[in-house]
Ligand binder design. Structure first.
Ligand SMILES: [Zn+2]
Length: 378
């Protein structure tokens, strides 16, 4: 009788122990290991990998390892097959079946909770927030009644769900204003998100220096310290957030200061191309390696929310300067030069790839939201 024995590698497992578990000796192991260069991959098995053994048993009850399958993931691995006392090796490459999945949500409390209610995977909600990070400040902008929809792939292999894929198209309506983004793989093979006109969703500046998902899920900024959300005489935007919440650089640039400065407390200043500067104050501490001269990329963590300087509660004081003059980051970003759009020469390719998708997405949205908005019978 022949049966596959499937072993999932657990933390602390080693190959020798796994081989002995299925009744094989160290000699058996060495025979596979020495059979080919590819077999060296067996020296690096990690928790989560799967090892499948095929050991047909002869009439005497003895078995010899006939096939060994190493799966790094359901999609990728190696198959070793006994051949004249040696093992031939072939790689395994499976292609998942993609099933587009459409989900909608409405904000009642937080984006996080809305995603949970609709059973949208957290990674997918986070990806949506990242896609719109240049047009929506997910800390300050969301309001109860905002709605969103996401069309994303789920991956299946032999009918079995194996993971979440990319967002294909997504839409967020914030305070009545709708943003739509569609995935497009450009002529360089790079995937990005664009609006229907081919303008990139990736902007020079992130709307929010805080990542909504780095704020603990039970923290609701709209319910707390509403007074902090206004632009005050001190020319900054204050983001109430728990101490230790990571702060990210809103654009690429160079740190020109990471030190204490009076009422600002621990202060980071980043200089950006085009005469822009951003300031981040009251930090509890700086991120590792953040000091004067350090280059940072958009989204890099530069420090953590605190109360240093004159701050009554933990919050981030954020300033945005243009040519040395304070600007309201909530309105100035709209006045900045337009983000990079798809080259006119590439627009045909963009339309070919996205027109049907956007049409399908728009149909799904209108069907769903009409149903949602129909008056109920009672
Ligand atoms: Zn402030």
């Amino acid at each position: 009788m022949t049966l596959w024995r499937n072993i999932e590698v657990k933390s602390g497992d080693n190959l020798s122990a796994i081989f002995s578990k299925v009744g094989l000796s160290d000699q058996d192991l060495f025979r596979v290991l020495n059979s080919s260069d590819e077999a060296k991959v067996l020296n690096q098995v990690y928790p989560g990998y799967q090892l499948d053994f095929l050991i047909p048993v002869n009439v005497d009850g003895d078995g010899e390892l006939e096939q060994l399958r190493l799966l790094k993931s359901p999609l990728e691995g190696f198959l070793f097959t006994l051949n004249n006392n040696n093992y031939d090796v072939e790689s395994i490459l499976n292609f998942p079946q993609l099933r587009p999945t459409f989900k909608v949500g409405t904000i009642a409390d937080s984006l996080f909770m809305a995603g949970q209610r609709e059973q949208i995977p957290a990674v997918t909600i986070m990806e949506m927030a990242n896609i719109f990070g240049g047009v929506i400040d997910f800390i300050l902008d969301p309001r109860a009644g905002d709605d969103f929809s996401i069309l994303y792939d789920e991956k299946y292999l032999d009918g079995e769900f194996i993971g979440h894929g990319d967002i294909l198209a997504t839409q967020y309506t914030n305070q009545g204003k709708t943003f739509t983004a569609v995935r497009y793989i450009d002529e360089e093979g790079e995937a990005g998100y664009y609006n229907a006109e081919g303008e990139s969703m990736r902007k020079a500046f992130l709307r929010s220096p805080l990542d909504v998902f780095r704020i603990s899920s039970n923290f609701n900024p709209s319910r707390r310290h509403p007074i902090l959300n206004t632009i005050r005489a001190h020319k900054g935007t204050d983001y109430a957030a728990p101490r230790g919440t990571p702060i990210r650089a809103t654009s690429d640039g160079q740190v020109t200061r990471a030190s204490r400065n009076g009422s600002f407390g621990n202060l980071v200043i980043v200089k950006h191309a085009g005469g822009f500067e951003t300031k981040y104050a009251h930090l509890s501490k700086y991120a590792n390696g953040v000091k004067k001269g350090k280059r940072v990329r958009q989204g890099d963590i530069i420090g953590y929310v605190g109360t240093t300087g004159s701050a009554t509660g933990p919050h981030l004081h954020y300033e945005f300067l243009m040519g040395g003059v304070h600007q309201n980051p909530r309105t100035i970003i709209d006045k900045l030069p337009k983000a990079k759009s798809i080259d006119p020469a590439e627009m045909d390719s963009f339309h070919t790839q996205t027109v049907d998708l956007l049409k399908r997405f728009s149909d799904m949205n209108s069907t769903t939201f009409i149903t949602l908005n129909q008056p109920s019978a009672d």
